[in-house]
Design a protein around this ligand. Structure first.
Ligand code: ZN
Ligand code: ZN
Length: 369
């Protein structure tokens, strides 16, 4: 694990920004840099990393102390009293000792209320945005291997659901089946609230799972993902119970063509919006542009949604080693939706598609035959 190289990259960024150090409170960023806290919730403050030019300190309280010692051996442990007062006191002491004047904090994570309390430390707190996230966007081999395992588990689950699904099952029953299946086969947890959206429910890109029963003659959007070794997968397939009608065939074929255009055309060096355009153009030319209301994809790693953004406006440059979802969709109110989502890794020439789940939409389940 080349955590040291990650910290060095961050130090170069601090230098460019004229900062004497940075406080890392975002748990996924702490995990990425130090190894500490795979079990810490993304919105929790379980401590902070204080990284300066020549020191790497993990500040945490009694609750996490032993865990931190095990998980982050390369960091100097510093015990703080619980609560904001404890943190302010410890920080002030450390920064004074180091002579640090300007210290960055993660503006996207530290709440305003907490900032107001922490701002009483001896040094100036400077807002930073997305520094560690930028380093995280490019994955090393070990990270890609973990993502591959998470993807394989989602693929297996997708295959299992193709056997399991039949008319009459509710969306919630299918979600639960997928969840249990993944957990029994090694997922630490599910990557997000899984989505099974039948018929009109599928017209909402982030549908809430309901008690509605699946029926023949409707599209069903299934969006699943697993977490393995702290890394995620994200996979969507759309199926149709029974023989697809002309409308479904038209929409499905179009989404599939749009996805193929992106999978075949994405190259390192492109901007996010150019990648998005590869799929969007196909859908727009067929007259369905207004029904593709979200970006083409997003990075996936320690978080399910992370850099890079691949949207109509994204100026972010795609680079080798980035992982990315490619997920065009068409959502028609009252009718339903079709989305096909794969996870890819960007290479020197084109992308490698990690997802292998079947894209055959027709499902002739035992309940129909
Ligand atoms: Zn998804
Ligand atoms: Zn996604």
């Amino acid at each position: 694990m080349n955590r040291r190289a990650r910290v060095e990259k961050l130090r170069r960024m601090l230098n460019e920004q004229g900062l004497d150090g940075i406080l890392i409170t975002q748990p996924r960023n702490s995990l990425y840099l130090s190894g500490f806290g795979p079990s810490v919730q993304p919105d929790e403050i379980a401590g902070a990393l204080l990284i300066t030019e020549d020191d790497s300190i993990l500040m945490t309280s009694f609750i996490y102390l032993e865990q931190a010692e095990r998980e982050a051996p390369a960091f100097r442990l510093f015990k703080v009293e619980r609560g904001d007062e404890g943190m302010v006191k410890a920080l002030s002491g450390l920064l004074e000792e180091m002579g640090a004047k300007r210290v960055g904090f993660e503006a996207e994570h530290l709440t305003f209320a907490r900032y107001q309390k922490w701002a009483s430390i001896a040094a100036e707190l400077v807002a930073t945005s997305g520094l560690v996230e930028e380093i995280r966007a490019i994955k090393d081999q070990e990270e890609i291997e973990a993502i591959r395992r998470a993807v394989a588990l989602a693929d297996e689950t997708s295959a299992h659901l193709r056997e399991y699904i039949r008319p009459g099952l509710t969306e919630r029953e299918v979600v639960w089946e997928a969840e249990v299946y993944m957990r029994q086969r090694g997922a630490e947890k599910i990557a997000f609230d899984l989505i099974v959206a039948g018929g009109p429910n599928g017209a909402l890109p982030h549908a809430t799972t309901t008690e509605r029963a699946l029926r023949e003659g409707e599209p069903i959007v299934i969006d699943i993902g697993a977490r393995v070794e702290s890394y995620h997968s994200d996979l969507t397939r759309t199926i149709y119970l029974g023989e697809p009608d002309a409308k479904f065939q038209e929409v499905y074929t179009l989404v599939r063509r749009a996805q193929e255009s992106a999978l075949g055309g994405i190259r390192a060096g492109m901007k996010g919006k150019e990648a998005d355009g590869l799929a969007r153009q196909v859908i727009e030319e067929a007259g369905y542009g207004e029904y593709f209301g979200h970006g083409l994809g997003h990075g996936v790693g320690l978080a399910v949604h992370e850099k890079p953004r691949v949207t109509q406006t994204s100026e972010e440059e795609l680079q080798p080693g980035m992982t990315l979802t490619v997920e065009p969709g068409i959502y028609i109110p009252g009718w339903g939706g079709v989305r096909i989502e794969d996870l890819v890794v960007i290479g020197e020439e084109g992308v490698e598609v990690l997802s292998k789940a079947s894209k055959e939409p027709t499902l002739l389940s035992p309940g129909i035959l």
